[in-house]
Each structure stands twice: as structure tokens, then as C-alpha cells.
Design a protein around this ligand. Structure first.
Ligand code: GUN
Length: 287
């Protein structure tokens, strides 16, 4: 039977570590880490995410500074706010929740965040640091994937890894992190030929395609480790209830060495990694 990787438990352990680091910073006379969260408009899902992030800050002892702006906020005003936060010594992390309203140039706003306070790891400077293996802030979901892998794998060196999906926020950064860990990495996408056979050779599969149950049981080598980043909401016709489906046919992967469930796998790690990134940024900015 596959080991089920409990993302909630790993995330809780990471939160405890972050809290201990915050306590140690205070004891050493350093500033308490501060995370500024910007939410523009009233998108329902974004409000839920922002609420969860603020709650997580309370849990680990990070000061959260919320900036809720109306949907008609001008790009100029938003850039002005980011500029102020960049220069505010009490703010160590800045998170601008996306999607932003369509009249705002999202890439321009994300680029205006100081790379040292970019706790999402979306800034091109941090993307460049990651792709050259020179440190920087690692995006939260890819960092969470690596921590989950580390929780079940002894060493990465020489392992064959397949990353399904080439997005900028998951696929590409995960591939870079696995490369840095000395894996042999194959990145696949919608035009890849022979995906089942590519997966069959893999010691590690990270599925981040957003395609429900794309990865079938017979694509998974016995003993392989499978991390499922996909979450797609679908309506179960039989029950009329909404269901969350991962990219992996979990029920038919019991021969895997270890596997994440959906929900309860990668999901809980993302916010815990945001907290860890904020603590790391606060330390770096005060050193
Ligand atoms: N919207 C959905 N997920 C995220 C995230 O991780 N960061 C930001 N800034 N916006 C999001």
C-alpha cells in the first residue's frame, strides 16, 4: 500500500518551525516579521485565500497588514502603495493577491514589488535566481512540493523525475528545484508525445496540469513517489455535489511508494510556505 503523504501534518510542522523562528527573532531583539497583503476588488475566491493567509499569520506570530482596495483602484494608486510598502521597514513581505482587475497590468505590479520582499517568488529577479540556483525566494507551491518530497525521499541525486505541466508558477520552478537537487528532469506539456511511457520510467511524478485524473494507475512505476498539485472543481452528477479532483487517479495508484491526496496534500503546504518565506525575508532584511 502506498504511503499517503499528509500535507496538513507536514504544513503544521512547518508552521511550528516558523513560529519558533519568530520567537527566536524576538528574543534576539529583531523586529517581528510583517506581511502586507493587498487585495483589490471583491473576487470571492481571493477573499477566501486572503482570509486564510491572515489567519496563518496569527498562528505563527507574523504581523499582517491588510490593504483592501476597491475594484476601481487605479494602477497608479496601486503602484504608489507598493512603493510605500517597499520602503516601510516594518513590512518584510508583500503579497498582491491575483487576479487583479483587468484595467491593471498585473506583471507591472508584481515587478514593482521589491525582490527582497517578494514572498510569492513571482518577481523576475527571484525567477532568475531560482533558474540559476543562486538562492532568492522560492514560490510557495513549488517549495511545498519539495518539502513533501523530502518528507518521504532519502536523496534526490540521480532520480528520474517527471513534471507534468510547464506553468510559470508550478511546473517550471518545480523542474528547476528538482534539477538543483540533481534529479534528471523531464518536463511535459499538452503537446508531449508518449506521456504514459515517460511517466512509467519515473521515480518521482509531479502532476501540475490541471487535468482531472490525467495520470492513470498503470502510468505509475511501483514504488514511485507521486505529488498531485492539480485541483479541479467538478460537479458529481450522481450526488449533485461539488467535488475536488486531482490530476492523478489516486484510487488506482496504491502501488506507488508514496502519494499525496487531493484535498489534503499540496494544498495546505502553500500557505505554510508563504509564512516560511515571510520569516526568511524578515531575517534577510534585518541581517
Ligand atoms: N492567487 C491565487 N494564488 C495566489 C498566490 O499564491 N499568490 C498571489 N499573490 N495570488 C494568488
Amino acid at each position: 500500500m502506498a504511503q499517503i503523504i499528509d500535507g496538513k501534518a507536514v504544513a503544521n510542522r512547518l508552521d511550528e518551525k516558523s513560529k519558533a523562528e519568530v520567537d527566536a527573532m524576538i528574543a534576539a531583539g529583531m523586529q517581528r516579521p510583517g506581511l502586507a497583503v493587498i487585495l483589490v476588488g471583491d473576487d470571492g475566491a481571493s477573499q477566501v485565500y486572503v482570509r486564510r493567509k491572515i489567519k496563518a499569520c496569527q498562528k505563527v506570530g507574523i504581523t499582517s497588514i491588510e490593504h483592501r482596495l476597491p475594484a476601481d483602484t487605479t494602477q497608479e494608486d496601486l503602484l504608489k502603495l507598493v512603493h510605500e510598502l517597499n520602503n516601510d521597514p516594518a513590512v518584510h513581505g508583500i503579497l498582491c493577491q491575483v487576479p487583479l482587475p483587468p484595467h491593471i497590468d498585473t506583471r507591472l505590479v508584481l515587478r514593482s514589488i521589491s525582490p527582497d520582499k517578494d514572498v510569492d517568488g513571482f518577481h523576475p529577479v527571484n525567477v532568475g535566481r531560482l533558474s540559476t540556483g543562486t538562492g532568492g525566494i522560492v514560490p510557495c507551491t513549488p517549495l511545498g512540493v519539495m518539502i513533501l518530497l523530502q518528507s518521504v525521499i532519502d536523496g534526490f541525486k540521480g532520480k528520474d523525475a517527471v513534471v507534468i505541466g510547464k506553468s510559470n508558477i508550478v511546473g517550471k520552478p518545480v523542474a528547476n528545484l528538482l534539477l538543483d537537487a540533481e534529479c534528471t528532469v523531464t518536463v511535459t506539456h499538452i503537446y508531449t508525445h508518449g506521456l504514459p511511457d515517460i511517466c512509467r520510467k519515473a521515480d518521482i511524478i509531479v502532476a501540475a496540469a490541471g487535468a482531472p485524473h490525467l495520470v492513470k494507475g498503470d502510468w505509475v512505476k511501483p514504488g514511485a513517489v507521486v505529488i498531485d498539485v492539480g485541483i479541479t472543481r467538478v460537479m458529481d452528477e450522481a450526488t449533485g455535489k461539488e467535488q475536488l479532483l486531482g490530476d492523478v487517479d489516486f484510487d488506482n495508484c496504491q502501488h506507488a511508494g508514496a502519494i499525496t491526496p487531493v484535498p489534503g496534500g499540496v494544498g495546505p503546504m502553500t500557505i505554510a510556505c508563504l509564512m516560511a518565506n515571510t520569516v526568511q525575508a524578515a531575517k534577510a532584511l534585518q541581517s
